[in-house]
Write a protein that binds this ligand. Structure first.
Ligand SMILES: Cc1cc2nc3c(=O)[nH]c(=O)nc-3n(C[C@H](O)[C@H](O)[C@H](O)COP(=O)(O)OP(=O)(O)OC[C@H]3O[C@@H](n4cnc5c(N)ncnc54)[C@H](O)[C@@H]3O)c2cc1C
Length: 301
């Protein structure tokens, strides 16, 4: 049995998708457009010129699937992984199970509503199309002898009609929210755009990134790229410091897999405390600078 997995370079979610593919007890073939390292048995590199074009990438995957007749096509649970596999599903007129956490024969468990609900579903299809829920799978450090096989997919003009023409990085030069090992996140309790200065200072000291809740982006205190949650970025740092955030389900959907959560809130009844490993009840405007000062003292800085 063969499983085909779509992989992208330098993408942890792609490696998690490979782990899902491996759990299906099959020969794992990777398919990519930009050549990359991945722990797969065979890596098929589609020679497609130019930038990301979802329909063209899907066309390549469909052509390869017709050639290999895999039991499943798996993609990472990233924006691109879900988009490309949705195109594959439309082309093949097959159902797609997105954000899967487990596969048992035809049955899958998948995350819905930003991970707040687990759904048991049955796929009625000869070829299963699956994306792996972010951070539901580990990354294998086994080394694999990978056979690399380039191929040229047959594309029409329509396949490349939609493609990325420009990417503008939102990064301010620091560590990105998605990759940060520490995230210092602020909610309505921070009070203003200027109020984030103390969070930025603490984040910089910890080599971390600043995040926020949707109330904050709606008030235009921070850009949307900083938003954590169901409609923002999903983060997985070692430490998430939630300052003046109530802990609404939509926010928790973006930080539920953090390793440790420190909540600072003046309301002892705040929901965030039920998700927290460490709780500080009090005014963040006093507590955050106190943590920063203590860190500086300990480090002698
Ligand atoms: C479809 C949908 C999608 C959504 N997606 C997202 C999303 O991706 N991300 C997201 O965050 N939200 C999202 N939301 C909004 C979400 O439901 C909440 O409204 C939002 O997360 C609340 O933000 P908050 O915790 O900053 O504000 P609040 O809920 O108002 O909480 C503020 C907290 O700050 C505390 N506080 C106030 N002053 C201080 C102080 N001086 N010191 C310490 N604590 C203080 C208060 O006790 C309170 O707990 C979504 C909503 C919908 C309907």
């Amino acid at each position: 049995m063969t499983v085909l997995v779509f992989v992208e370079p330098d993408d942890e979610l792609s490696l998690q998708a490979v782990t899902l593919a491996r759990s299906l007890d099959a020969d794992v073939h990777g398919v990519c457009v930009e050549s990359t390292q991945a722990p797969v048995d065979v890596l098929h590199v589609a020679e497609i010129e130019g930038s990301y074009a979802p329909a063209a990438w899907a066309a390549a995957i469909v052509q390869l699937a017709e050639e290999l007749s895999p039991a499943a096509v798996v993609a990472p649970g990233s924006d691109r992984g879900n988009e490309v596999l949705a195109h594959v599903a439309a082309r093949l007129d097959l159902p797609l199970a997105a954000n899967v956490t487990e596969v048992r024969g035809d049955d899958v468990t998948r995350q819905r509503w930003g991970g707040t609900l687990l759904e048991e579903a049955r796929l009625h299809a000869g070829l299963k199309l699956l994306t792996a829920a972010p951070f539901a799978f580990g990354v294998s450090d086994e080394s694999t002898q990978t056979l690399v096989e380039p191929f040229v997919p047959q594309l029409t003009d329509a396949d490349t009609a939609v493609r990325v023409v420009e990417s503008v990085s939102a990064s301010t030069g620091g560590v990105s929210l998605a990759d940060a090992k520490v995230v210092v996140s602020g909610g309505r309790g921070v009070g203003s755009s200027d109020g984030f200065a103390i969070l930025e200072e603490l984040a910089a000291l910890l080599d971390g990134a600043v995040g926020c809740s949707r109330v904050v982006t709606s008030a235009a205190w921070r850009p949307h790229t900083d938003q954590v949650g169901q409609t923002g970025t999903k983060v997985s740092p070692d430490l998430y410091i939630a300052c003046g955030i109530s802990g609404a389900t939509h926010h928790i959907a973006g930080c539920k897999v953090v390793k440790k959560l420190l909540a600072i809130n003046e309301d002892p009844e705040a929901t965030i405390f039920s998700h927290a490993d460490y709780a500080v009840i009090g005014d963040l405007h006093e507590i955050v600078p106190a943590i920063t000062a203590e860190l500086r003292k300990v480090r002698g800085a």
